[in-house]
Design a protein around this ligand. Sequence first.
Ligand SMILES: Nc1ncnc2c1ncn2[C@@H]1O[C@H](COP(=O)(O)OP(=O)(O)OP(=O)(O)O)[C@@H](O)[C@H]1O
Ligand SMILES: [Mg+2]
Ligand SMILES: [Zn+2]
Length: 508
Amino acid sequence: MFSLIYSATLNGIEASIVEVETYISSGMPVFSIVGLPDATVKESRNRVIAAIKNSSFAFPTKKITINLAPADIKKEGGIFDLPIALCILAAIGKIKKENLKKFCAVGELSLDGKIREIKGSLPISLALPKNNIKNFIVPFENRQEASVAGMVNVFPFKTLSEVVQFINDETLVSPYMYNENEVVSSLLNHEYDFSDVKGQKSAIRAAEIAASGGHNLLMYGPPGAGKTMIAKRIPSILPPMTFNESIETTKVWSVIGNNFCKGLIKTRTFRSPHHTTSAIALAGGGTYPKPGEVSLAHNGVLFLDEFAEFKRDSLEILRQPLEDKRITVSRAKNSFTFPASFMLVAAMNPCPCGNLGHREKDCVCTPLQINKYKSKISGPLMDRIDIHVEVLALKLSELTELNAVSENSAEIRERVIKARQIQNERFCKSKTHANAQMQSKEIKKHCILNKDAYDILKMSMEKLKFSARSYDKILKVSRTIADLDRVEKIGPSHIAEAVKYRFSDRNL
Ligand SMILES: Nc1ncnc2c1ncn2[C@@H]1O[C@H](COP(=O)(O)OP(=O)(O)OP(=O)(O)O)[C@@H](O)[C@H]1O
Ligand SMILES: [Mg+2]
Ligand SMILES: [Zn+2]
């Protein structure tokens, strides 16, 4: 008495197909699961027995062997409960075996036979067509996520008995069609808007440039100046996500079982891990590595508030994702790569007391304390942040002015989108997407200065004693500023503004 159904297991944010085979023979009633299952899969036995009995079927008192193939991939979680139960019922003739093979099934069972939500239904649904599997049985709660890619027939169910009836052709169920209206908050409705921010024109401008060219941004200034407030509003001015970006971001959230909108994530995510967050929580990890903060911020914003307070080893792990747009998490036997293409926004005070450069308050720190504080962030990391902007404390008059009107996010976003369109055309034949990612060759090709601009750059380099590393950054940022102005050649005003965002290089 043999039967087979397909299921799947997750490797990082990808899924691979698992064949669930059942063999029932006479002998001592033992129920064993083989094929590298971990403890959570072994626990499946108790749930499967109870669920089958509570769905009004008799559980065979025979020798049952379940094999999860291929045996060399580790399997975890309750995802196999449903396929194991279906396979056993097929082996004892309660389900038509020939029908069973047409499906991939996933789902954790509760003791009364209900089917519980699982993690990773999107990566699994994407893996099925590659394996010529057309039909996907999923827990009801996973229906939207499993159907977003629209590449398989998704059949959602709430109980084991319903699945049995369906496979036996006793009920007619049509595949679930992805319906955006059933999805929670996946649309662009940002709760934070730039119109709430008073004053701080130069910081908002820096945020616009950063968003336009995909540059990372560092804001420094005294407490209460509005740094956190501005950072939270950055996702609202980023361009809309492409379908592929949405799929990638949704996969990451899917495998951690926390897809907040249940369907396709269309809003850029904003992650702001606390400065006590460990390196593992940032990078991702665990026995079965799960994506960390840098990946949850994929295609969105990673905001590191109180940047200088982060532990050095936590900050250092950012170097790989900032360079490669992905992060590799290594374990004893294997390693996983998660996507991690985010815009880094960092905020910090200029000194330990926070008042250095304050209009009204005095800084009480010694030069040594200030230097120590700044040196907490390593040069290579600072190097990866193109734009540094000072956010000064608001004057009382600016804060209390009633008629001040600030631009809203939609207006800023429109300009950002236009600047991105120019970059899309510029980089249509290369791997680069935005100005921030340009390599030396591309900088040479695309950052053409007119004579006046060149003179200003030369003078700034000499007078302000910028390091060589600042040079490329100034060029990249000035390219973005010129794109916002929609001009081909970089002019003196573009260079002058870009130079302003490197002022901190002089003493950092
Ligand atoms: N420019 C501003 N316009 C309107 N409100 C502001 C502005 N700046 C600060 N505020 C008010 O002050 C509060 C604190 O600002 P925020 O947390 O952004 O400061 P911060 O610069 O991040 O300070 P810290 O260095 O202490 O983190 C905000 O929640 C807001 O209510
Ligand atoms: Mg803050
Ligand atoms: Zn100070």
